[in-house]
Design a protein around this ligand. Structure first.
Ligand SMILES: [Zn+2]
Ligand SMILES: [Zn+2]
Length: 358
């Protein structure tokens, strides 16, 4: 249980919940620590406390609510024992935003790993033995061909990348720039490669992270630690000086966003997904957006269909790249404090937690 930044994680026990119709109880097989868990852990973003952190979760259904059969997003009837992933949030399906297809902005959003522990629904996070799924959660059965380590990030990192790619123009034969070589950036590079990008340029200020990019379909890598000049030169050389067709940002650094704008061609699209914590404002003259006919889009979380396409992507291409290695260690739940501290350390991509250590 997380009580707030700087306070020790505690181990607590709760009775298993009485499930209502449309709900499920999942025994957690693995929970990976996402960057936003670390934002919460360190206090860069606030969350209601006490809470159980963790939203990148995979597990097996341990119990189902009464009455109607529970079906997954592909129409499959779910049974006890099925291996599943699910959307990081449950949505009502009735409000204005759900009607607009923006289920991640539902007025009654229930977000796993971000909910204050409540009577009758204590188990809402992945850093636990069980997770209690609400009605309105998009669930997907996960085939056994995907290991826990490959499948676990599908419901946050992979699905967010799928949402960004869906929000972008077609990628085939285009020059794509990806900023950030963490879990999301590497996944985006692999996805861009699978979609037939002409070039996939990946930039990051961390040489160790950048070194992995080639194995994830990056054709060019750029060390971003010395500012944006080198990036501008590499992208310019690849595009006859025009700039990248589409840029995906997964790093959240205002300086990187400013450097990216210098690499975007006339009529290009820039997808921003990394800025999920407060930062300083950008220096951007509106005239540049107008005269360059730029499209700049924010991508935050994803909708149910993005989880579906993310899972399909991993099933088809998960073995083409070393996704398994991106989860660099698995800790027992009792060491959650240590795992959260180490996950924030330099160069670390994902650490996992499960009941028993490997
Ligand atoms: Zn996440
Ligand atoms: Zn809603």
């Amino acid at each position: 249980m997380f009580h707030g930044p700087g306070e020790a994680i505690t181990i607590e026990e709760f009775p298993l919940p009485e499930l209502r119709s449309g709900e499920a109880l999942v025994r957690v097989s693995l929970c990976t620590i996402c960057g936003s868990d670390l934002h919460t852990f360190t206090g860069r973003r606030t969350t209601p406390c006490p809470t159980i952190l963790g939203h990148e979760i995979i597990g097996r259904i341990a119990a189902l609510g009464p009455d109607q059969p529970l079906v997954d997003l592909r129409g499959r009837i779910l049974s006890v024992g099925d291996r599943v992933t699910w959307t990081i949030a449950a949505s009502c399906g009735d409000c204005f935003y759900c009607g607009e297809g923006l289920t991640q902005k539902c007025r009654d959003l229930f977000k796993y790993g971000h909910e204050r522990i409540a009577p009758g629904h204590a188990l809402s996070g992945g850093m636990a033995e069980y997770c209690h799924l609400s009605q309105g959660t998009g669930i997907l059965a996960v085939p056994d061909l995907l290991s826990d380590k490959i499948a676990c990030p599908v419901n946050c990192a992979t699905a967010t990348v799928a949402a960004a790619v869906r929000s972008a123009p077609p990628i085939e034969d285009r020059v794509i720039l990806i900023q950030g070589a963490g879990m999301l950036g590497l996944t985006a590079a692999a996805m861009a490669g699978s979609l037939g990008a002409a070039r996939v340029v990946v930039s990051d200020p961390d040489a160790e992270r950048l070194a992995r990019a080639a194995a994830f379909a990056a054709t060019d890598t750029v060390d971003a630690s010395s500012g944006g000049e080198e990036l501008k030169k590499v992208v310019g050389d690849l595009t006859d000086g025009r700039g990248a067709d589409t840029i995906f940002e997964f790093c959240g650094a205002p300086a990187a966003l400013e450097a990216g704008l210098d690499c975007l061609r006339i009529g290009g699209s820039y997808l921003w997904a990394g800025s999920v914590a407060p930062s300083t404002p950008l220096a951007l003259a509106p005239e540049r957006v107008v005269r360059n006919l730029w499209t700049i889009s924010g991508v935050h979380n994803y909708t149910h269909r993005d989880l579906d396409s993310a899972l399909s992507f991993l099933c088809e291409h998960g073995a083409d790249h070393p996704f398994e290695e991106l989860v660099e260690g698995v800790y027992p739940l009792s060491a959650a404090q240590t795992a959260l501290e180490r996950a924030g350390a330099e160069g670390s991509l994902r650490l996992g937690l499960r009941m028993e250590a490997e």
